[in-house]
Design a protein around this ligand. Structure first.
Ligand SMILES: Nc1nc2c(ncn2[C@@H]2O[C@H](COP(=O)(O)OP(=O)(O)OP(=O)(O)O)[C@@H](O)[C@H]2O)c(=O)[nH]1
Ligand SMILES: [Mg+2]
Ligand SMILES: [Zn+2]
Length: 347
């Protein structure tokens, strides 16, 4: 059974049965690009178009989604329903009123690919890790292009310090891609990361064939040229599937503070140890965060990264939700009040 090989387990079958109507089949979205879709059915792959109701509910399918499909002919099917997702990797769409944009659904593993060339950037990795933790999938960092890097041990160590429980593999997609193969194990894995990081090269290596086009990076800054332009799910020979995605130009958060604190659990834990529960970590006495920064246990750059991401999340929350706006105003009021009562500020 083909769909079973790419993840149609009893839970999916059950969900399908509860929503299926006469003349429909189970399918999985294998391609999305600008509201164009393809789906895999048990015996075919065809183009697909969501019905008006789905558009109306603005619950548009994402690559990896399991759907109730109604074949029209051998080349086209209607997507009548999208089954509830187990995981979804999202970012905030560009633009002011940014909505959630689902980059991939029902993935088991969120693989963050980072080149060990000019692409190597711990702060960007942290941002990806927050999104990966929010997705519900297991996060894994792949440090790629080890063959062209002269400081692999240092980079590995620096990345391991921020991984905080996420898996990590260091490899060269050209020389040692087999190191990621054990991660697939019949599951659905999705590759994320900047353009030029080597996502499509890794996908090809795992598939054992040149399915995806790859393109060179700019010598000056290792940036890719956005070679991959659509999101694709490709079945793996022997079970499982790989989702290759285009490098994202802008990676705005779509996450909860919980996912942020899981990613920065070292800092979140310190903050719990401050004397004051509402410590702002700026001037208060017995502040565990400031002590950790002063002694070098936590690097300044990581602390700044955490604060920046936290501000970004709060800002979004306030923008989207009038209740949050009121709560945020209250929060600042208490902060100002506690500062006023602070011995250092009391006049
Ligand atoms: N030296 C070396 N080059 C690599 C490695 N992996 C990928 N490359 C090269 O890096 C360039 C970009 O690789 P792609 O696989 O196209 O990158 P991508 O992440 O898919 O990029 P987009 O599709 O633009 O998002 C290509 O020229 C690859 O040959 C590696 O491990 N070592
Ligand atoms: Mg690509
Ligand atoms: Zn503190």
């Amino acid at each position: 059974m083909f769909l079973e090989e790419i993840g149609a387990d009893s839970r999916i079958r059950e969900l399908f049965r509860s929503r299926a109507t006469v003349g429909t089949e189970l399918g999985r979205v294998s391609f999305t690009s600008h509201e164009q879709y393809r789906i895999l059915l048990e015996a075919a792959e065809c183009e697909a178009t969501p019905t008006g109701r789905i558009r109306w509910d603005s619950a548009l399918p994402a690559v990896g989604d399991w759907v109730v499909a109604r074949p029209v002919d051998s080349t086209l099917a209607l997507i009548q329903d999208v089954l509830p997702r187990r995981t979804q990797f999202s970012r905030r769409a560009a633009g002011r009123a940014g909505a959630e944009q689902v980059a991939a659904a029902n993935i088991d593993l969120a693989v963050i690919v980072c080149g060990l060339d000019g692409d190597f950037n711990l702060r960007r990795l942290e941002r990806y890790l927050v999104l990966a933790r929010e997705s519900g999938a297991e996060p894994v960092i792949v440090l790629n292009k080890a063959d062209v890097c002269h400081s692999v041990p240092e980079c590995r160590e620096a990345a391991a310090r921020i991984a905080r429980g996420a898996g990590m593999v260091v490899l060269s997609a050209i020389e040692s891609v087999s190191l990621v193969a054990p991660l697939v194990r019949g599951r659905t894995i999705a590759l994320f990361g900047s353009s030029g990081a080597g996502k499509s090269t890794i996908a090809n290596g795992l598939l054992g064939q040149e399915r995806q086009a790859t393109g060179p990076v700019r010598v000056a800054d290792s940036r890719g040229r956005h070679t991959t332009t659509s999101r694709m799910l490709i079945p793996m020979p022997g079970g499982g599937a790989i989702i290759d995605t285009p490098g994202m130009r802008e990676l705005q958060l779509w996450a909860s503070e919980g996912a942020l604190d899981d990613t920065f659990d070292d800092i979140a834990e310190l903050a719990r140890r401050c004397r004051f529960a509402d410590c702002t970590h700026s001037e208060e006495p017995a502040c565990a965060v400031r002590e950790a920064l002063e002694s070098g246990v936590v690097e300044q750059s990581r602390w700044q990264s955490y604060q920046k991401l936290k501000r970004e999340l709060r800002h979004q929350m306030v923008e989207q939700d009038p209740h949050a706006r009121i709560a945020e105003r209250k929060r600042w009021k208490t902060i100002h009040k506690s500062l006023r009562n602070h011995p250092k500020y009391r006049r």
